[in-house]
Design a protein around this ligand. Structure first.
Ligand SMILES: [Zn+2]
Length: 288
């Protein structure tokens, strides 16, 4: 996962104030929520009363699985309390509860789909009382499903981009190639990748294209005077083609090059020169 921005960076903290490793301990801002619901008019209530902002889909538009889970949990609520439950893929907040005046508003991770009655009851107890035993039951369940949570699609993150290198300016290269080969239409961002060498890494990726963020990363070893511009251009061009032939990849990322991709790759004006240069120099380039 070397090139796909998995390492938590400070910039990442903007999208979630919680360290993902503390995932299992994270249950909403319950203290905050409780405080706000006892206020004369909570932020949430104000928002709910504002007709322009919140649009509830008619029941017909909701996924059946969401309605089922809502009903399963609602069965354990004290009478007179409404529940509005939404399924999420939010890996930072597994269960979030707003205790509004009219209803409990719960956002809950999809791992709870098909939860057994015991668990639905624990969710209800957690929603109503936030009691310790219920938290423990949920915490244990979340821990067992952590592997699923961490596979869930990420939401867009803040990524610090560093396109200007010491020698080569990736943004310049990108813009030039975009005009020349993509009619200026290719949407992506570009940056030098982090300078990380893994001990037993067999191959080193010179470039990568992240499907989620549409970010091209180029290995910083290429930011040297002895690396010719046409070679950096070629690496960038290759990754830009991935942006055109975007493929939703599941699980571990692989480099996928359909025939059309490969033929377009040959349209690069320095194709022959670049591949020859690679054969001759790439080993030396990545020697440690
Ligand atoms: Zn590729």
């Amino acid at each position: 996962m070397f090139f796909h921005g998995d390492d938590p960076t400070p910039a990442d903290a903007g999208s979630a104030s919680v360290d993902p490793r503390q995932l299992t301990l994270r249950f909403a801002d319950s203290d905050q929520e409780r405080a706000s619901s006892s206020a004369p008019m909570s932020r949430w209530a104000a928002r709910a009363r504002n007709p322009g902002r919140v649009v509830r889909l008619p029941a017909g538009g909701r996924p059946l699985e969401e309605i089922r889970l809502e009903q399963a949990v609602a069965a354990y609520l004290p009478p007179g309390h409404d529940l509005r439950l939404t399924l999420t893929n939010n890996r930072y907040s597994i269960v979030a509860v707003r205790r509004g005046p009219a209803a409990y508003v719960v956002r809950i991770h999809r791992i709870f789909l098909g939860a057994e009655p015991r668990l639905a009851r624990a969710v209800a107890r957690y929603v109503v009382h936030n009691d310790r035993r219920a938290s423990a039951v949920l915490g244990e369940f979340i821990e067992r499903h952590e592997h699923i949570i961490s596979q869930a699609p990420r939401r867009p993150r803040l990524v610090r981009l560093r396109p200007a290198g010491r020698v080569h300016d990736l943004q310049d290269i990108f813009d030039r190639l975009n005009r020349r080969y993509f009619e200026g239409m290719l949407q992506a961002r570009i940056t030098w990748g982090p300078a990380v060498f893994r001990a037993q890494q067999r191959s080193i990726k010179m470039g990568s294209f992240s499907v989620e963020d549409r970010i091209i990363r180029v290995h910083p070893a290429l930011d040297r005077a002895e690396v010719p511009l046409f070679f950096v251009e070629w690496i960038v061009f290759h990754e830009m083609l991935h942006g055109r032939h975007e493929i939703r990849r599941s699980g571990r990322r692989r480099c996928f090059h359909p025939r059309e991709f490969l033929s377009q790759e040959r349209e690069f004006s320095d194709y022959a020169r670049a591949s020859a240069w690679e054969k001759e120099n790439v080993d030396r380039l990545f020697q440690r």
